[in-house]
Design a binder for this molecule. Structure first.
Ligand SMILES: [Zn+2]
Ligand SMILES: [Zn+2]
Length: 369
């Protein structure tokens, strides 16, 4: 069967001849799109990465099998040889800049003059191998639950880094505490308040707990008690007398005793705010090293663990109806509205006091006079 494909642009590159793939992948080049396809570039800047499909115009006769890179013999469909029955190349590139019909990209391993056949946004859901992809709608936490079962704490720490943004000791301890409690309760979490976590701190520890237990601020399965202790109690609603509490013992001492250099750096950079940018970078590295070291240690070295903890749980989160604030017109959960002279207002508009959770914990904010 024959098909029609169309050249939609051309590669403008410093490489006249195929060069080492690594060297080409590091370089920048320009894709010049033909006038006729200008409309097809509309909002292309919304994406950073693209799959470029191109015609390998200087390919040799196709070979179906032969020695490939590093001398190993392979079939053409088992390697990236340019000499293929359909001499088509695909590469993922980063879009650096668009100037009219010209796309400056990095990572394209195509030589100067290569006809470009198509440009598509890179879509991780389609382009990235992911064995579990098909299960992710049914079991969004499938991989996390599997990692808990397999005690893959490092994998869980890596995942937690995705929302936490950095790796640090308390994040690791939160992951450890979460894994231990989930395994003790022999449970999985669907984020529907069947499993509830009560955290006693809003430090980095709480993020480790949230990812591993699936009990989060937003799904109301996370309860915050403002005790300032690095501790979490995990409990199932079915069995509220059988909670598991994990408390990090000697909170400060662990780091001071076992990782003194990292601690000293932390005190200087964060505590006193005195470090240079290089110190800051070093701290990020050292802190991550500490986190990945801690995560492999036995939990009983670092934490007190208690089972059979009875927990007084609030009812499941109610569904509130909305009120409309008579001043700003925004909708507000009715029980949170304030009544004044028969009208309902949001707390922001009445300028009364309110509760705020921030880095200091939970506190009442008084109106500014
Ligand atoms: Zn942190
Ligand atoms: Zn208002």
């Amino acid at each position: 069967m024959d098909f029609n494909v169309t050249q939609i642009g051309t590669v403008d590159s410093e490489f006249e001849q195929p060069t080492g793939p690594d060297e080409m992948r590091d370089a920048e080049c320009t894709i010049v799109v033909d006038d006729a396809y200008e409309d097809a570039l509309y909002r292309i800047e919304d994406n950073d990465h693209f799959k470029i499909v191109f015609y390998i115009h200087e390919a040799d006769e196709p070979t179906l099998r032969g020695p490939r890179r590093y001398g190993v013999e392979r079939g053409t469909f088992a390697c990236r040889s340019p000499n293929r029955p359909s001499p088509i190349g695909t590469t993922t590139v980063e879009l650096l800049e668009r100037d009219g019909l010209e796309l400056r990209v990095r990572g394209l391993d195509a030589i100067d003059g290569t006809p470009v056949l198509d440009i598509k946004p890179y879509a991780p859901s389609l382009d990235q191998p992911d064995e579990q992809d098909e299960d992710r709608c049914e079991a969004p936490r499938g991989r996390i639950e599997r990692a808990i079962r397999n005690r893959e704490r490092e994998e869980l720490l890596l995942r937690t880094g995705e929302i936490h943004g950095h790796f640090c000791p308390y994040l690791a301890l939160g992951v450890m505490a979460g894994v231990h409690a989930m395994r003790e309760l022999k449970t999985e979490s669907e984020g529907m308040e069947d499993i509830v976590a009560i955290v006693e701190t809003n430090s980095c520890f709480a993020d480790g707990v949230q990812i591993v237990t699936g009990c989060t601020f937003g799904n109301n399965a996370l309860i915050y008690r403002d005790f300032g202790k690095t501790a979490v109690t995990l409990v199932s609603r079915d069995n509220p007398d059988e909670g598991v509490r994990v408390h990090v013992k000697e909170r400060e001492e662990i780091i001071e005793r076992d990782y003194p250099a990292a601690r000293e750096l932390f005190d200087r950079v964060i505590g006193e705010g005195k470090g240079t940018p290089a110190d800051r970078e070093r701290l990020t590295e050292r802190w991550a090293e500490v986190a990945f070291d801690l995560i492999e240690r036995p939990i009983h070295d670092l934490c007190d663990v208690e089972s059979g903890v009875a927990v007084d749980l609030p009812d499941r989160a109610p569904v509130f109806e909305d009120a409309i604030c008579a001043d700003c017109g925004e909708s507000v959960m009715a029980p949170k509205a304030v009544e004044r002279d028969g009208e309902r207002y949001c707390r922001d508009c009445v300028d009364g006091s309110f509760l705020q959770l921030d880095g200091r914990g939970l506190g009442r904010i008084e109106p500014s006079e």
